[in-house]
Design a protein around this ligand. Sequence first.
Ligand code: HEC
Ligand code: HEC
Length: 349
Amino acid sequence: MSRRVWLAGMIVAVGALAVLGLGAGNLPAAGSVLMDGLAVPDIGPLPTATPIPKGNLNYRAKIELGKQLYFDGRLSKNNQVSCAFCHNPFSGFADPRQVSVGVDGKLGGRQAPTVYNTAFNPVQFWDGRAGSLEEQAIGPIQNPVEMAETHESVVAKLRKIKGYQQQFREVFGSDVNLQGIAEAIAAFERTVVSTNAPFDRHVLGDAAAMNEAAVRGMALFKGRARCILCHNGPNFTDNQFHNLGVPQAGPLKEDLGRYNVTRQEKDKGAFKTPTLRSITETAPYMHDGAFKTLEEVIDFLDGGGGPNPHLSPLVKPLGLTKDEKADLLAFLKALAGEPLKMDVPKLPK
Ligand code: HEC
Ligand code: HEC
C-alpha cells in the first residue's frame, strides 16, 4: 500500500470517528438565559467532538509530530524556549509567571493564556489578532520577546534533524517547512481539551457531581453575579472583547488591547473573554496577570471592576456577601476538567 493510500485511509478512519463522536455529542442546543434584557447562551457541556478545520485533519502521526515541536526548545534562537516553556502542561498549559519570559530573559507585556480549549476559539490572543491556531503557532517563533528565531533559520535547523525530516516526509510528504510546523502544532493543540468537569457531569444528570456550595455558586454565576453575560456557552466565553478596568501590571505602561486591532475608541483596554475551564490551574489571572488568586478576581468584580473611561456597561457592583463569594469560588473550582495525561515526548535527533 502506498503511503498516500495509507494516509487517506487514516484520514477516513479519523473522520468516521469524528462523525461518530459528533453523533453522541450533538448536544441539546444550549438554551438562553435572559439578563439585562439580553438573551445570552446558557453554559453547558462541551461538544464531544473538537472542531477541526477541513484543511488540517488530525491524525495520530501529525499530532505526535506537533507534540514534539511543542516541547522542542530548538524552535527558539537559544534552543531553550519551547511553547511548553510558557504554556506549561503542569500549570494548566499556561504560565505561572505574571508575564512571560522569552529568550535572554526578555519580558513580554502579557500573561500567557492557557492552550486548553483553544480549538474552540474563533480568534486567538488577548486582542484576537490571529484567526486560527495554524496562523497563531508560527507567531511566537519570530516574536523577539518570545522565541526570537527567524522562520528561515528554524526550518533550516529542523531540516538537519533526521527524526524531523523523516516525520515530515511521512506526515506531509515533504521536507520540513513552516506550514507543516504550524499544522502539526495546531493539530496537537486541538487535543489539549479541558472537559468532563464536575460541572459537566452535574448538568448531564449526575446531580451529586457538584457540591451544594457549587450549585449555589452556579445560580449566582447565571444570576445576580452577572458572570454569564460574558462567560457563556460551553466554553464559558462569548468570544468577545470587554474592558473590566483591570489595573495595568507588568512592564507595559498601557495596553490598549483590542484597540490595537480595530483602532476603534470603544475597544481601548478591551480584552478577550477567557475560558473559565480548568481556571484553578492557570493562575495568575487577567491579560497582565494582575491578580494572583481567584478570590482577588471575585473581589475585584464584586466591586464593579476598576475605574476606566471605557469600562464595559455590563460590569456593575454586585454587593455579594462573604458566603456568596465562597459559593462562586466553589463553582469555579467545579470547572476543573478531567486530568489530561501528558507525558513529555522524546525529542528527535
Ligand atoms: C515566551 C513565552 C511564550 C512562548 C515561548 C510561546 N507563547 Fe504562546 N503566548 C504567550 C503569551 C504572552 C500569549 C498572549 C499574547 C497576546 O495575547 O498578545 C500567548 C498566546 C498564545 C495563544 C493564544 C491563546 C488564546 O486563548 O488566545 C496560543 C494558542 C499560544 N500562545 C500557543 C503557543 C505555541 C504553539 C507556542 C510555540 C510555537 C507558543 N505559544 C510559544 C507566551 C508564549
Ligand atoms: C463584561 C464581561 C464580563 C463579565 C460580566 C465577567 N467577566 Fe470575567 N472576564 C472578562 C474578560 C474580558 C476578562 C479578561 C479581562 C482582562 O484581562 O483585562 C475576564 C477575566 C476573568 C477571569 C480571569 C481568567 C484568566 O484566565 O485570566 C476570571 C477568573 C473571571 N473573569 C471570572 C468571572 C466571574 C466569576 C464573573 C462574575 C462574577 C465574571 N468573570 C464576569 C469578561 C467578563
